[in-house]
Design a protein around this ligand. Structure first.
Ligand code: AMP
Length: 216
């Protein structure tokens, strides 16, 4: 299956994309994770991306589109992929369409995970992530998060710098302005399915499976 996961920052895109990737045995491609790994390794891309990410704005389209184009051309994407955090602008969505056309394929669905801003602001302040394996936890629901140690790989968990309250507010502004129009975009193409992202991750997964016709 070839899927795009849409939703505001903190709606649960990364969590659901990881579950779907495991379930469908296709790669989970997160542009945010690609940028963070480049920032960690201090590559030229990381140095460029950091200034945008730290302020809660988007990395320029031409940079992001190039990265995704290269990634989708890799052999492990032949049987499908889960795109998490891309596209985030209409221009990115149009480019994705074109890229897939050139590869002789197309998207199956765009899954929008819906959550209100106040829920997101509360949620992101308690989010902890693993800088090594990218696992995601929350202090309200995870002993690993409260202890600060990754349950997968044992690394020390961190709070993402862009999860600070001020940056989260900017990220939400950016989302509403630049990314939310993609909901109508994919609706117009007949690809949109929507799920509620305000409950537990398991509740959202159950809805995602339902809208995609998957069995538990
Ligand atoms: P995420 O982990 O998806 O929340 O992404 C973290 C940050 O990386 C975002 O706030 C953006 O600054 C940047 N980013 C991730 N994906 C994209 C994208 N598709 N286009 C532009 N910037 C992006």
């Amino acid at each position: 299956m070839r899927l795009v996961i849409l939703g505001a920052p903190g709606a649960g895109k990364g969590t659901q994309a990881a579950i779907l990737s495991e379930k469908l045995q296709v790669p989970h491609i997160s542009t945010g994770d690609i940028f963070r790994s480049n920032i960690k390794n201090e590559t030229p891309l990381g140095i460029l991306a950091k200034q945008y990410i730290d302020s809660g704005s988007l990395v320029p389209d031409e940079v992001t589109i190039g990265i995704v184009k290269d990634r989708l051309a890799e052999p492990d994407c032949k049987n499908g992929f889960i795109l998490d955090g891309f596209p985030r602008t209409i221009q990115q969505a149009d480019s994705l369409d074109k890229m897939l056309g050139e590869l002789g394929t197309k998207l199956d669905k765009a899954v929008d995970i819906y959550a209100r801003d106040d829920v997101i602001i509360r949620r992101l302040s308690g989010r902890r992530v693993c800088p090594e394996c990218t696992a995601i936890y929350h202090i309200n629901s995870s002993e690993h998060a409260r202890k600060g140690i990754c349950g997968n790989c044992g690394a020390k968990l961190i709070q993402r710098e862009d999860d600070s309250e001020e940056t989260v507010k900017n990220r939400l502004k950016t989302y509403h302005l630049q990314t939310e129009p993609l909901i109508s975009y994919y609706k117009g193409k007949g690809l949109l399915v929507q799920v509620q992202g305000e409950g537990s991750p398991a509740d959202t997964t159950a809805e995602v499976y339902q809208v995609l016709g998957l069995t538990e």
